[in-house]
Design a binder for this molecule. Structure first.
Ligand SMILES: Nc1ncnc2c1ncn2[C@@H]1O[C@H](COP(=O)(O)OP(=O)(O)OP(=O)(O)O)[C@@H](O)[C@H]1O
Length: 432
């Protein structure tokens, strides 16, 4: 059983935490003053500590600093701060705290963090829909909304949010909640060649066009009664948007070259990092389709707006690496945590994941090489220079072509798919 030393002076909060922690299978010893807590930690009988920063006799931070001075082996410690600012958290992490939570305290988030620190998995993680999206209030709220939305299995949903925030992860979460045994089919409208999108979506009959040597079901059909995830819906060519609208409205389609109507029971979940309303105003996205696909709508906040998720995700990515490469298990130090919290993550979760993957690969022993990872794409050498100028050319062409994927790809003489892949590789987004 994991032993938790709880240092909390508020009697109501302390009692509630003891009850909840014991219910979750932790053994808790509760101390109401900093002095008592310090002596308990010095005795070395706890596996984890939960420490309120504001204690009557000495602050949680002072308590921690004194134990450090006395060279006590302090267990991984999670602080409860009343201020909720990153600066406070960073100060505590600098001292060596494992993590922090802000008041009002979310007990479920506390349990998740304690389990992560103790290296145990959530008991229910393997149940469908239980894999959490994050521990921040906004991601928990979003998970709750998805639970409600899962009950309306045919209503289209639009997921907005910057590139790399986890739109596909959220769509898959909805799928686990709604229909885990039905298909989940994902299509990226920006990566598909324009000439193939129609056949890919709606399928075709044998002989419908040159090369159509057999009947083929499109993704709408492949999704059956599951979920069809159309990523980057803002990049759907205008000509196809009216056809998509007809299918979404009538819930049936006709394959290219065919006449038979095929029922479409799948739920349509679209995603975009663009401002669809602005695309409508510019005449690049049909207004009627816009209203049709966003009957339900959610926006995933960028990582910088939910800093509580940064360390939680980071722990998961490092643990994932350890599972994949057991001979190279790495551990985040307090300096690593501090550095991760200070960065604003313009590339969101994807950037965090890639940074930690590189830091794990380049690390040694238990240590991650976070600095080296952040500097990895350093602009030295011929190859790096060629890549830097390729990236600059892509950014310039995108701006020149008003961020249209099709026009930019044509301007650069490459396919939309290649353009998409290069943008992903260089972390180029199309935000104005
Ligand atoms: N909550 C999460 N938990 C674990 N991994 C996540 C989470 N959110 C995002 N990721 C990871 O971050 C990466 C980007 O996520 P995803 O592809 O869902 O983002 P996106 O918003 O759809 O990106 P894009 O707009 O570029 O298509 C993926 O590798 C995904 O596994």
């Amino acid at each position: 059983m994991i032993r938790v030393c709880l240092i909390e002076d508020d009697p109501i909060m302390g009692e509630a935490l003891v009850q909840r922690l014991e219910l979750e299978g932790f053994a808790v010893v509760w101390h109401c003053t900093g002095g008592d807590g310090m002596r308990a930690l010095a005795a070395g009988t706890a596996d984890l500590a939960v420490i309120d920063v504001n204690l009557p006799d000495l602050s949680g931070a002072d308590l921690f600093a004194r134990l450090l001075d006395e060279r006590v082996r302090i267990p991984p410690s999670l602080f409860i701060t009343g201020y909720g600012t990153i600066e406070d958290a960073v100060r505590l992490l600098k001292l060596g705290a494992a993590d922090y939570l802000t008041k009002p305290l979310d007990p479920t988030a506390l349990i998740a963090k304690l389990r992560a620190l103790a290296g145990v998995h959530d008991g229910g993680r393997d149940r469908p829909g239980d894999e959490p999206l994050g521990i921040s209030a906004s991601m928990r709220h979003l998970a709750g909304e998805l639970t409600r939305m899962a009950r309306h299995a045919q209503t289209p949903l639009l997921i907005g949010g910057e590139s790399g925030v986890g739109k596909e992860v959220v769509a898959r979460y909805l799928h686990r909640l709604q229909c885990p045994d039905a298909p989940f089919v994902a299509v990226n409208c920006a990566a598909l060649p324009e000439t193939l999108i129609e056949a890919e979506l709606f399928g075709h009959e044998k002989g419908a066009f040159t090369g159509a040597d057999r009947r083929r079901a499109g993704v709408f059909e492949q999704a059956g009664s599951g979920i069809l995830f159309l990523d980057e819906i803002g990049d759907m060519p205008l000509a196809l948007q009216s056809r998509l609208l007809r299918v979404v409205q009538g819930r049936q389609l006709t394959r290219i070259g065919g006449s038979e109507s095929v029922a479409v029971p799948a739920r349509l979940v679209c995603a975009t990092h663009q401002d669809l309303a602005a695309l409508v105003r510019e005449g690049r996205f049909r207004e009627d389709l816009y209203y049709r696909v966003r009957v339900l709508e959610i926006r995933i906040p960028p990582l910088r707006e939910r800093p509580e998720d940064i360390l939680w995700l980071a722990e998961r990515f490092v643990a994932d690496y350890g599972r994949r490469v057991p001979q190279e298990r790495r551990v985040l130090t307090s300096e690593d945590r501090e550095r991760l919290l200070m960065h604003t993550w313009p590339g969101n979760v994807r950037e965090l994941q890639h940074t930690l993957e590189r830091a794990c690969i380049l690390g040694r022993g238990e240590r991650l090489a976070l600095d080296d990872a952040r500097d990895a794409p350093a602009q030295t050498g011929l190859k790096a220079q060629a890549q830097a100028s390729e990236r600059a050319a892509i950014e310039a062409a995108l701006a020149e072509q008003d961020f249209s994927m099709t026009a930019t790809a044509a301007r650069l003489g490459i396919s939309r798919k290649t353009l998409w892949q290069k943008m992903k590789r260089y972390g180029v987004t199309r935000l104005r």
